[in-house]
Structures are given as C-alpha cells and as structure tokens.
Design a protein around this ligand. Sequence first.
Ligand code: HEM
Length: 494
Amino acid sequence: MYESDLLLLIFLILLFAYLKSSFQSFIKYHQLFRKIKGPKTLPLGLIAYIFTANSEADRFQILQNLSKKYPNFYSLWFGSKYLFVTDDPNIAQKLLTYPQCVEKNFFMELFGFPNGLISLKSDRWKSERKLLNSSFSLPVLQSYIPIFDKSIRLGVKELQQKCDKGEFDIKHDVTFVVMNAVLNTTFGREISKDVIESIIKSTEKLLDIVWSRSMNPLLYYDSIYSLTSMKKQEDSHRRLIFKFIDEEWNELQNGSKSILESSFIHQLIKVSNDGRMYTKEEVNDHVGTMLVAAGDTTSTALNFLFLMLAMHENIQHRIVKEINEVFGELEDLIVDYEKLSELKYVEMVIKETLRLFSPATGIFREVKAEVDLGKIDSEIENLRLPQGTNLIINVFGLHRKKEIWGENAEAFNPENFLAEKMSERHNYCFLPFANGSRLCIGNRYAMIFMKLIVAHYVKNFHFSTSLKYEDVKVKAGITLGLIGDFSVAVTKRR
Ligand code: HEM
C-alpha cells in the first residue's frame, strides 16, 4: 500500500470515529437541545461560524454576544460536545454547589496534570483536596509574606531602571516577580534567574498550546493530536517542568537540602511520610498544577490592574492615601498580615480588576449524575441536565451583566465593591476564583500577594499610559489576554 493510501485510510477511520461520536452525542442530547434556547447549529456549525471571525477579539465577542442574545443560559454544540452555558448567578450557585457537578469536563483533560487538583477526577479529588487544604492555611500563608516581600522588592529595583524612559510592556516584569515568589513558596528556597525564566517560558507556551488545541475539536482525539508538532512542543515543555520538579523532590527525599518547612513541596513530603505515599507522577502533577495555576492567573490579574491604575490617576491617589494611613508616611513599608487586611480600598481595586478582567473567563464542569435545576425560567418547568452534559459558567459575561452591576457595568469603578453595594447583590455574582467546594485553593494566597505588590509598587511609582480604556480589547485564552501590550510608563513617586 502506498503511503498516501495509508494516510487516506487513517484519515477516513478517524473521520468515521468523529462522526460516530458526534452522532451519538447528538441523539443523546437532542431533546434537551430542542428545549433550551441557543444557536441551532449542527455540531460543526458553530466552529465554522466562530472561525469566520476576523480576529481573536471578534471571536471572543461572538461567544459573549451569544450570552447577550440568549440571556441567563443557552445550549450549543461545539464539535461533538454538547455544552450548557450560563451567566446567571442562581444557576451558577446550583452548579457550583451540587455534588454531581464537581467533576471537571473534557476541557480540563486537555490541560493535563491528571493527578493535580485542577484536573483530578471527582472520585479522587475530594480526599486529595482535604489533604492539601492545610497547605494553604492562614499560618502557612503568613509565613510566605517575607518571601513575597523579597520578590516584590527585587521587582521594584528592576522597575526603577525603567523610570522616566517612556512606555514599555510591563507584562514580563510582573510575571517574573509572581513566578519568583511562586517558585520560592513551592520549593522553599531561592531559585536562579535562568530557571525562573525557563519555567515562565514553558508554562506560557504550554497554556498557549492547550488553548489552541481546545479550539480545534478534531485535535481532541489523541490519535490525531499525537501526529502534530504541537504535541511534540507540549511534551517538551512538560518535560522541562517535570525535570525541575523531579530534581527538587529527589534532593529533598535524600535529605540533602534544608528548605522552608511551610513550602508546598515540603508539605507534600509530610503528607507522603504520613502514609499517603505519592508516586513520581502524582508529585509532578500536583506541583506542576500549582506552578501553572498560580503563575499565569495572578500575573494576568496584575497586568490588567497596573494598566487600570495607569489609566485612572484618581485611583492611584486614593491608594497612596490609604497606604499612608495604614503604614504611616515612612520611607519604607513594614508589612504584616494585619496591616494588609486594613488595605480595604486596595482590595476593592483588586476585586474590580478581577471583575472586569477575570483571568479565568469561564468555569468548566461536567454533570456526573443527572441534576434537576428546577424551574429556571417561565418556559421550562423542571430542567434536568443528563449525566455527561458539559457545563460552562461564563464568568466574563456574569461579571459584566447590567442587571447585576448596573448600566455602567463596563466601566472600571472600585466603588462597586463597597460592602453596602455588595450586600445587595447575589452571593454568586462575583466568581473570579469560582465558589463552592471546588473553589480555587490559592485564592487567599493570590489576594495577599496582590495587595502587597500594589502597596509596594504604588508607594514607589506613579503609573501612566497613552492607552485609553475604550481601546482595551481582550481575547480568550486559558486565561484572559489583552490584544496589544500592557503599555505603561513609570516615574518615581515622591
Ligand atoms: C488571581 C489569581 C487566581 C485566579 C483568578 C484563580 C482562579 C481559579 C479558578 C477559576 C479555579 C477553578 C475552579 C473551578 O473550576 O471550579 C481555580 C482553581 C485552582 N487554583 Fe486558582 N486562581 C488564582 C490563583 C491561584 C494560586 C495563587 C494558586 C496556588 C498557589 C492557585 C491554585 C489553584 C488550584 C490548585 C486549583 C484547583 C482547585 C481544585 O480543583 O480543588 N490558584 N483557580
């Protein structure tokens, strides 16, 4: 047989497998699909529609417009997958609190790290989460503050060199400071600049590849994906991350290194010594998950935050005022957890950034056993989602809904998070870290780190930019992206 014939045969077999699973899926969900509003395309229709968009921003907008066209919830086909999408806080609350919806869906399988908390199947997830919750207890997080502080001070030194030199993209500076802190708290020791840079590169590339794959349903089939160069690149980035984790783990087990006791890897060793023996793969996935989950999300939030500060002079002024009130007008900041808790306005600014530029644009789950959502609108009496339904909570849409955030929902306004305003809103209207039992384990870690970096940076620098808020265009990715640069200028604050 000629090589071209063989390729054609493989292609036909794969196409058949794809059409078969699309058809089976179509039959299973057909009744539900007819009942729920949404774009009535056949399985491949929406993909074709999305890909006719001119740019990534348009593509993201098409998906967001669907949420506006079909308010609160809709269903659609994406390749052979049946999706139920919602931006309604009542439905989100049900989905995030029902035990049948704690499972992650196919999307997280592409993310990899199958033994890590983010992707772990629900039957193993519960006990594993219980074991790891103490790794993010308050005393542990308090012990990280000096490490955060050190990494941020190094970042301040770097930025000082960029003072009065015009606009630059702040993304890499911020990402470096975040990853330095994350690697330090994970491995309990200082990590060299070269290693930090290579881990940043590999995690970023890995997430780009996972995102590109997720947008192409044909590549969900491992048999097809394994033929691509993307797969080779993905493997090489994972290998680099795992090699580093392996070396650290082995040295620790040999007892040849003394490191911070509260560091994540040290806590894994303790859990392991207490009888839950981790395999090499489990260690790699747990630690790899932390690096990827912590680094990219926190840097994305901060990049948008500094861009917003650069655009809103008045907000910088209020932050300076608050820093002076809490810390006194000293040359330097002496930071502890209590002082950080007093930074109420800084917290509102961070939350407003997480509202408008939530790094996770959606929360992805799968129905493990049929759920009854009850009466969710005037036309549907009892909506039952069968086992296997893919769920997406459209966090980006929820966070910009006028019915919740008012007519000016799209404007950047930290006052949205005044306690009296939030008390009038639904508990599930703000979900940057999800909610319910599978809530982000690192949410307090991230908030402490972000408060500290904002306090140090605003104390030291004045931010400005020539970009206008109206021109900020975002794109979807594993985390939210900006089209263009996070372009800011810094000058020394006196
Ligand atoms: C601004 C920063 C962050 C944002 C916006 C964020 C957001 C999220 C979201 C939306 C989820 C998914 C929950 C779900 O699917 O239901 C999640 C899960 C997770 N995050 Fe974060 N995260 C951030 C920072 C961190 C940090 C700093 C760490 C670790 C140090 C971390 C570790 C994790 C882990 C391990 C999970 C999986 C939890 C589980 O399934 O049990 N995240 N995060």
